[in-house]
Design a protein around this ligand. Structure first.
Ligand SMILES: C[S@@+](CC[C@H](N)C(=O)[O-])C[C@H]1O[C@@H](n2cnc3c(N)ncnc32)[C@H](O)[C@@H]1O
Length: 280
């Protein structure tokens, strides 16, 4: 069971859950503009019934809950029970009562067919082993005319920090150079046109993708790396096979390489996102 990729991913995200949650405010600032755009592209407004796939600690879930208001509802789903438990705590602390939570694999959503007006998935779809299956599940969950919008990372050259993290981690782990297109990888859906093809294959109409610049602004490369060390499950997964001193050497090399993005006013890591929308 432990070598099943799905179980490994769940276990890793259970472990990264506290780190991802602790950086919620930072993630919120980084993705604020892109998330507003995603919710608009999914047609989410007062009264909408929304499915949030791979919801994580629920930072975007709370934004959706506020947008749909008391007459709307949100179902937040995620593969990791630990991260979803934190999303539930966050909703309770925020006094938000129109959100339900359900542990669910995005490739096998256990939801009523045609029961949602909108589906969103923020930085989750690229982690799916079979993203087309995930999109088919979203399609099934939507009512006729309902909208979907997903957010994923774009191409490697526009996301050099991720490329640095991945290639350094793989090199230290003695693994082959990264293949950005390999299923489940952080940059696996970045090829231009790929998300559109997958959306169309899943049965969506009016498919369109928008590129969005979302630089990661932090005080220093070290603070960015602190975020990655505690929250970035795919990188942790690679480094897990190393002993402690070797792992520390890998982190130190990443920090050194990432410091090229230092500016006089702080650290700014280039980052590009793809928002893909479609209609059932
Ligand atoms: C990068 S985090 C994004 C979380 C949240 N959407 C956000 O933007 O803050 C990726 C999330 O995808 C979830 N995930 C990974 N594979 C999944 C799958 N097959 N089904 C559902 N969730 C999955 C992880 O558990 C994790 O919470």
């Amino acid at each position: 069971m432990a070598d099943d990729p799905k179980n490994a991913s769940r276990a890793q995200w259970d472990r990264a859950a506290p780190g991802w949650n602790a950086h919620g405010a930072l993630i919120g600032t980084w993705l604020a503009r892109a998330t507003e755009a995603m919710l608009s592209m999914a047609g989410i407004g007062p009264g909408s019934r929304v499915l949030d796939v791979a919801a994580g600690a629920g930072e975007q879930t709370l934004m959706i809950a506020r947008r749909v208001g008391p007459s709307g509802s949100v179902l937040a789903t995620d593969l990791s029970p630990a991260i979803l438990a934190l999303a539930k705590d966050n909703a309770q602390s925020a006094g938000v009562s129109n959100v339900q939570f359900q542990v669910a694999d995005g490739e096998d959503l256990q939801v009523e067919p045609a029961s949602f007006d909108a589906v969103v998935c923020r930085l989750g779809l690229m982690l799916f082993g079979d993203p087309l299956r995930g999109l088919a599940e979203m399609h099934r969950a939507l009512r006729l005319g309902g909208h979907v919008c997903t957010m994923v990372f774009s191409q490697p050259q526009h996301n050099p920090c991720i490329t640095i993290l991945m290639s350094t981690a793989l090199q230290h782990a003695g693994l082959p150079a990264p293949n950005p297109g390999a299923p489940g990888g952080l940059l696996s859906l970045g090829r231009p046109g790929l998300t559109d093809e997958l959306f169309a294959a899943a049965g969506f109409q009016d498919v369109a993708t928008t590129q969005l610049n979302a630089p990661f602004r932090m005080p220093s490369a070290k603070t960015y790396l602190d975020f990655v060390r505690t929250s970035a499950s795919p990188i942790q997964q690679i480094l897990d096979r190393l002993d402690e001193p070797s792992r520390e050497r890998a982190w130190a090399e990443m920090e050194e390489k990432l410091s090229v993005y230092a500016t006089p006013w702080g650290w700014e890591g280039p980052n590009e996102l793809l928002l893909t929308a479609g209609r059932r």
